[in-house]
Design a protein around this ligand. Structure first.
Ligand SMILES: [Zn+2]
Length: 110
């Protein structure tokens, strides 16, 4: 195993301690708005539903939409500040690509 394989497996094991992520694919990453009011944060995609879903519903002229780029009490850990919109976008793509590749290479197994 490479250092990347070891780190990825350790992260997956930690993430699987969350009851909402025990089975199935690991959640993807997304860029989020932070205190800087720009998309400089990185967080896991929130899968809260129903009354657990605290995401505001915004209507920006095209009809109501769930605020997918905000972070609320329902959102899973971790969420972190990347300090730059460009860097946050890069980290999201990198993390999602690595997760997709590892899921494909392991046949979706844990
Ligand atoms: Zn949430």
């Amino acid at each position: 195993m490479s250092a990347l394989d070891d780190a990825r497996a350790a992260w997956a094991a930690q993430l699987r301690m969350d009851p909402s992520v025990v089975d199935g694919p690991l959640p993807a990453w997304r860029a989020v708005f932070t205190d800087s009011e720009s998309l400089t944060g990185v967080a896991l995609v929130c899968t809260a539903e129903g009354i657990d879903d605290e995401h505001s519903v915004l209507d920006l002229g095209s009809g109501p939409e769930r605020d997918e780029q905000g972070v609320y009490g329902c959102c899973p850990w971790p969420q972190f500040e990347a300090g730059s919109e460009v860097f946050a976008a890069y980290l999201v793509e990198l993390l999602n690509a690595d997760q997709e590749q590892s899921a494909t290479s392991s046949g979706g197994q844990r």
